[in-house]
Design a protein around this ligand. Structure first.
Ligand SMILES: [Fe+2]
Length: 293
């Protein structure tokens, strides 16, 4: 009986030790190793396949000297262009050297489009308008900072795309009576496009906008970040927590569609402050638009 009880205790301690070691290895892996998440979206609006990369939410985290490891990982996907979905800086210090280095090296090879997240929109000490300073510095690298702005891009194979960057939510009536705000004007500008047959992308840091009827604005695909993939991801459950959506978020990572509009959420490149990522690797998101023509 005595030996039996000791044997059970020993087995339980072994199981506990294995769980602790597994968790530590998982946390270290998920905070250091850059991985690809790959998605395919079918479209009859392009004549050729188009591959691009999306990254998000490094929050001041950098990879290698001058962000070289991140740049190499992005280059490894061989994208046509790169979109940066915000929160690449950290609101506690505002240091943008890492993301500026990244934009400098990437924009020598690809068109780069960068939109602000909530961290970029905060004003840091020492700046009258941090976002203006940041966007001006990023634009100097050759990347294009989009703040409630739409731009057109033609791929190497001649497919025309619309790419727009949203700063905030378009439907905050209490901020702007009759929704007379820049964000809503940007949404409306999708409807004003003369050519309805080209692909329209929306870059929007926070995914909650998805619920507001992208298809009504002819937006084919929205790309987001902000959620950090729910930070801790549990098997069969998904992400544990995301800002705004809080516990067990519905939209935390991956591909979503309502049959008309599509959304991809990049789970980003950092944890959430003191809380490390678990079962949720750092992500370079690779999207291929597959032509169905
Ligand atoms: Fe965010």
């Amino acid at each position: 009986m005595f030996f039996e009880r000791h044997r059970i205790m020993f087995l339980l301690l072994c199981v506990l030790a294995v769980l602790i070691i597994f968790s530590l290895v998982n946390i270290i892996y998920c905070s250091t190793v850059l991985t690809y998440s790959e998605y395919e979206i079918k479209s009859n609006k392009v004549n050729n396949d188009i591959k691009f990369v999306a990254i998000s939410d490094a929050e001041g985290n950098t990879f290698g000297k001058g962000n070289s490891r991140l740049a190499e990982k992005i280059e490894g996907a061989n994208p046509e262009f790169v979109v940066i979905l915000g929160d690449m800086v950290k609101s506690s210090n505002g240091n943008f050297a890492g993301v500026k280095n990244l934009c400098s090296s990437l924009s020598q090879k690809y068109p780069v489009f960068y939109i602000p997240g909530n961290h970029e929109c905060l004003n840091f000490g020492g700046y009258d308008d941090y976002l203006s300073v940041l966007s001006s510095e990023i634009n100097k690298t050759g990347a294009k900072f989009l703040i409630n702005e739409m731009t057109e891009y033609t791929t190497k194979n001649g497919d025309r795309l619309t790419i727009a960057g949203l700063k905030g939510y378009p439907f905050y009536e209490y901020d702007a009576p009759e929704y007379d705000n820049e964000e809503n004007h940007l949404f409306q500008s999708y409807l004003d496009q003369e050519d309805e047959n080209h692909l329209s992308l929306l870059l929007c840091h926070q995914p909650e906008t998805y619920m507001w009827g992208l298809e009504n604005y002819k937006i084919d695909l929205m790309l987001c970040g902000h959620t950090h993939g729910g930070v801790v991801r549990l098997p069969f459950v998904g992400g544990l927590y995301a800002p705004e959506q809080e516990w067990f978020p519905k939209y935390d990572k991956g591909y979503y569609s309502n049959g008309k509009a599509n959304m991809i959420i990049s789970s980003g490149l950092d944890g959430a402050g003191m809380i490390p990522r678990f079962n949720n690797p750092l992500e370079v998101t690779v999207v291929t638009i597959k032509s169905t023509k």
